[in-house]
Design a protein around this ligand. Sequence first.
Ligand SMILES: NC(=O)c1ccc[n+]([C@@H]2O[C@H](COP(=O)([O-])OP(=O)(O)OC[C@H]3O[C@@H](n4cnc5c(N)ncnc54)[C@H](O)[C@@H]3O)[C@@H](O)[C@H]2O)c1
Length: 420
Amino acid sequence: MVSKALVRLVSAVHRRRMKLLLGIALLAYAASVWGNFVNMRSIQENGELKIESKIEEIVEPLREKIRDLEKSFTQKYPPVKFLSEKDRKRILITGGAGFVGSHLTDKLMMDGHEVTVVDNFFTGRKRNVEHWIGHENFELINHDVVEPLYIEVDQIYHLASPASPPNYMYNPIKTIKTNTIGTLNMLGLAKRVGARLLLASTSEVYGDPEVHPQSEEYWGHVNPIGPRACYDEGKRVAETMCYAYMKQEGVEVRVARIFNTFGPRMHMNDGRVVSNFILQALQGEPLTVYGSGSQTRAFQYVSDLVNGLVALMNSNVSSPVNLGNPEEHTILEFAQFIKNLVGSGSEIQFLSEAQDDPQKRKPDIKKAKLMLGWEPVVPLEEGLNKAIHYFRKELEYQANNQYIPKPKPARIKKGRTRHN
Ligand SMILES: NC(=O)c1ccc[n+]([C@@H]2O[C@H](COP(=O)([O-])OP(=O)(O)OC[C@H]3O[C@@H](n4cnc5c(N)ncnc54)[C@H](O)[C@@H]3O)[C@@H](O)[C@H]2O)c1
């Protein structure tokens, strides 16, 4: 796979170089023909100096064009650091074309590592990583983690899994397969090549928690047959698999229990509360609140999460670590806040409560602070403004976009729409 990519890269570079060389050769030829032609006539008329300056007049703009072309080849990518062979890692990110995965890709690429993104594009998009396509340190593989993968890497960030309720409930069996068979495949790969694996687990392993805030010691309160079980239990067993591989096979594992995260590149239609409220406010639609709106959530900005994931991966902490922002707000407060930031005249509309919707969610991040020296630093307002800017642009790009995250009351009873 790597050698194929190399061949592709080399041939792409060759093709570009060939085009450039051909352009230069044609130029030189045209210049010499022109030169000869003019030479013969003008030598007698105006003298050699005049001819040369005429040629120069024609050739200079063409040289300029070649310089621009060369610049466009070299300035195409965001700047990346140079890392020596010793420090540069080969890193696999499963689910790397998704929301979190693409931001993690950006960070690791800019830090100078070699990044391979594996994604089946169920909820991810090529657009999220398109700015790296063709870069010599980057590779994008269309692959489903439910199938085995053979690749040489040093670290694996295993993020592949649908993450929002409408997405993971769309095909619960596939969600279970991705989190179980997919995780087994990645752990098998980690074992074979001696790589360290970080699992993107979730605060959903705590279910509808009876303790508040939730620390890593809490075992959770999950309904094993509820509408969310495919995801919650899928992630719980994925954690179990990590520790079985660690104990039995000596695989180095890291487990991040990620709490609600938001930012640019979230899906427009994934039903998560931040994207719903922003889109509704931007489009002048009512902001839909399920239940009384007194249920609480705590949201972290995506760059904080990415820094936490990298810190955890490179730490010695093999037990689970919560990564989230402990600043807690009610859903109603979020609705008001977003409405004000957007400057929208939208109303707030109350709908019936969603099934198994956790009433409280707030991470205890003492462990991350103590053992990773990590804590969120992006203020809520700053993060929300970035997300609002992103969604505003998305709506602008889609000139005919009429998408409004409509509440579907008929499905609420079956637990298919809820706050996450
Ligand atoms: N965003 C959050 O608030 C949050 C919270 C807790 C946990 N997480 C976890 O973080 C990870 C990333 O979440 P996200 O918000 O970026 O979601 P996302 O849906 O944007 O990204 C998930 C990615 O995984 C890919 N994927 C899904 N199934 C796959 C399969 N079988 N094979 C290969 N690729 C597959 C999707 O196409 C997508 O690109 C997930 O594992 C999720 O459970 C996210």
